[in-house]
Write a protein that binds this ligand. Sequence first.
Ligand SMILES: *Cc1c(COP(=O)(O)O)cnc(C)c1O
Length: 382
Amino acid sequence: MVDLQKQYQQIKETVDNSIQDVLNTSSYINGPLVKEFQKDLEAYLNVKHVIPCANGTDALQIAMMGLGLEQGDEVITVDFTFAATVEVIALLKLTPVLVDVDKETFNIDINALKKAITPKTKAIVPVHLFGQVANMDAILEIAKEHNLFVIEDNAQAIGANYTFKNGSQQKAGTIGDVGTTSFFPSKNLGCYGDGGAIFTNNDELAHTIRGIVNHGMYERYYHDVVGVNSRLDSIQAGVLKAKLPHLDSYCNARRNAARFYNKALANHSAIVTPTAQSNKTANCGQICDVCDCHVFHQYTLQITNGQRDALHKHLLSKEIPNAIYYPVALHAQKAYKDDRYNEADFPVTNELIKTVISLPMHTELEEDQLQFITNTILDFLN
Ligand SMILES: *Cc1c(COP(=O)(O)O)cnc(C)c1O
């Protein structure tokens, strides 16, 4: 699905030098590169605070701890996402409230979100799934009306821009009260191990979170709150610092591959290609670099003639990597089943788990590879 080796070869010298630097100075934990990467990412995202941590799951958990959410508080998120999002809600003994997604964007369904709000609701966690920013105009409006926190799970959309109704733009992950991301190797900005970060423009929240990631310490050996140990190590920070200047060109390369796929697969009656229209008011329906609201962490088709599983196997037999993200709705997972949920409330997710298939998507895809992949799909489905 990804070609990390080829990408590494392009930036080998910078990455090798920065890793060597860490080895030479032995500053493995909280070395200068961590701070440098933090500053670089703050400038790139135009956000006041980036707090690096150990992975994207920790980032979500720490964000919720920082906001002071308490047992019994209801947190609304989507039924169609990676489990980490709901996992941390449950771990903190908050009450997850799963809602359906939008058929075209796979992001949170605004009507379902509105319906799910109760007096116990404290936060909304939109997930910018597959690299496309959720409808933040609507989410912010609802959050304001009901006095809710917005925690953006931006693990899949770092680098994406959101265009508001009024035309202004903001980077994904910096729009809500707090945003989180993952630097897992296959993410759009990936390190060579685990890593994550939390973003916020709120000084007080940033201060609280900086203590939480470090055992609840604000002064050495004085523990004011119950915290965790969650750090980005210096070697990973060095890799990320070397890769950050390339993030925009990485996102463009992904969009180019998506454009090729969309064009090649546009006219087949059993295929629904993805659109980039998270802000439906700026709805060009195109994959453009102007609003760049979609950074294609995944390129995900819907196969509507019942042949999705057969196509999955066929592509594997031709050595074309592909994956089903995600094969089970979260409300149906053993760990998250609950009598509160009603099948009738999840028509879109229940359909998507049967139709979606994600194709190879990375920064090194070449035209002959894309041609081979799309030809193989069209030959099979015809
Ligand atoms: C990858 C991912 C996470 C978790 O990130 P890790 O670094 O693997 O912990 C959380 N949410 C979403 C949507 C993800 O894709």
